[in-house]
Design a protein around this ligand. Sequence first.
Ligand code: GLN
Ligand code: ZN
Length: 762
Amino acid sequence: MLKNNLGYPRVGSHRQLKKACEQYWAGKIDKGELHQVARKIKEENWQLQIDAGIDLIPCNDFSYYDQVLDMSLLLGVIPTRYTQVVSSVKENDELDLYFAMARGYQKDGLDVTAMEMTKWFDTNYHYIVPEFTANQEFRVFSEKLYAEFNYAHQYCGKAAKPVIIGPVSYLLLGKEKEEGFERIDLIKKLVPVYVEIINRLKALGAEWVQLDEPYLALDLSKKEKEAFAYAYQAISNRISGIKILVATYFDALLDNTHLAVNLPIAALHIDLVRAPGQLDEVLALIPERLSLSLGVVDGRNVWKNNYQQSLELVNQATAAIGSDRIMIAPSCSLLHSPYDLDLETQLDYGLKNWMAFAKQKLTEVKELFDISQGNTTSLQANQQALDTRSSSKLVHKEVVKQRVADITDTDAQRGSAFAIRQQLQQKRFQLPLFPTTTIGSFPQTDDIRKLRAKLKKGEITQAEYEQAIEQATIDTIRLQEEIGLDVLVHGEFERNDMVEYFGEQLEGYLFTQNGWVQSYGSRCVKPPVIYGDVSRPKDMTVRWSSFAAAQTEKHMKGMLTGPITILQWSFVRDDQPRSVTANQIALAIRDEVVALEQAGIGIIQIDEPAIREGLPLRKANWPTYLDWAIKAFRISASGVQNETQIHTHMCYSEFNDIIENIAAMDADVITIETSRSQMELLEAFADFEYPNEIGPGVYDIHSPRVPSTEEMVSLLEKAATLLPAENIWVNPDCGLKTRKWPETKAALENMVAAAKQAREKQ
Ligand code: GLN
Ligand code: ZN
């Protein structure tokens, strides 16, 4: 039995790589210094794994920016717009080209855009999307993989296991950049390069190579399945003396089980945290030559492993195929876990004792191995920690559980149907045709951020802080009045982040000091942790919304984050279904909505930008998720009178395949991001004859560019051809917090002018 690891976080325990990269980009350190920081991180990571007795220590899991971009460089998939960058950077020095592809390049008269970025499966990690052309050629371009292997070999004193993305997943992760071909058909051209790579690794002394093929756990077309069978057969025919481990994760193999276990490879890794149920079938079908890596330690969450449960899986596998063919491993790369729980000096010992970050997860792999070998010393402490968690009063609150159990269908239902509510609300608010509003936040300038930092350090008092925030709020309200917006917002100056702000005020949440996880490139996020039953001890936003409402005669919109977005952007409990946690949060938000209503706030927005990203990877699991997720939103929104207008906001996302569910949210008004698609995203709403009101964003807030009145008028006219004019709102695509004041003001002035013109034309 071997101890396996698929990958380790690489930003460094104190985000050293983030800082070094940013300094390098700013020209403050040179390449040598950057490499030095990287080398230290790798050494530290390897040392931890050596200490934990990991047999298959990964290398090349380190990346300066993104492992998919590393693959594109390895395979020479470099879009032609970088040709000039290639020739302008020195030979054998690909790092600047690499960063140019990641971030764009503006130097020496060149101006090249960055490659596109998108979410890595259902994680919050974002990768750089490979771009393919019909005549795509592949060749080994980058030497990084070999350098990493050699250095690991040297450091560890034995061959590490190089990690690359498998050929089929690599193709599927990318995008066709021209018409007339399917990227999966490139597999024939791609395989020879993989053969070359693997043979070279073998020549350098590698015994194992890990090929990540997460797509094996997703829905595959017939052609894609054939590509898997073809690629691995073709590779296996032309290599020898090196073992391939194919890693799958994030879901179950299901209908791909037969395909996966019959690939001509040495070992297959499966995710038994996300999908423990797949073990039975895998064991039933596994051929005798195949080893199985059991992903039993959760690589996606922060909780201590349940040894007893994991051992049952290990024992089941051992009984079926013998311990020689078993590996124990985390469920996926530990990239998605924070670094080291030992760095959390401010966490209560009781809570800390329930958790495990990447470093602790290595120990868990080791201890699970030891236990399976008969050394059970760690079992008792593990059981004790789990017992205290499952019986803790901090975690389990009867009142909260009871309230969730008592939820009825009526709780998820507004008093009357939308048509009736619309009339009542129109009577109450007397809004013009094409009413104007914004999505919530206004520019979060350095001054505002500094205020919060000063408050944290104790350099200003709470009263001083609040006074400054009040002033920013008042100024923003005056500005909105001057611009002539119809429904105002308070500006969200009091918020650091749309989830953290609520998490800090809810019970059942904890915050880490160093629980950073890479989101993309040098960007890291520190998700709050939901550890217990969630409740709302007191009002969260009423103070700021009431303050704002009292400053103006105009309508003031209250601003909340919805239950699914709060759930999605936190580490969640693993001891109850996500749906239960979602309902707990939904009830807390519902209470806040009602409190706002009682404070006289008649329009309340509940943001849900993350509903779509919560969709399960397998389509068959969509309906169940959508059912509870939409219901959780409705629970949060349905405690109010018909006359209270509920808004929701969702960022750029395809609505086609979930439009029915979006409609089922039954928000009185939904604002969405549509400007970059020239209102194309509205078509789904039009085809569905979406009945409620809708604000299709008329300008892109991601760029400082100020849109003209004319272009927004024309977008509005387009929207009015798709939807009834009386249902259309006018607003930007999203919140304005990343923008600067001058462009914000100019753009909103044009937007209000556009609404006026559109009104006159009707
Ligand atoms: N109300 C939030 C804001 O304006 C919404 C942000 C979001 O959708 N991501 O910032
Ligand atoms: Zn948004």
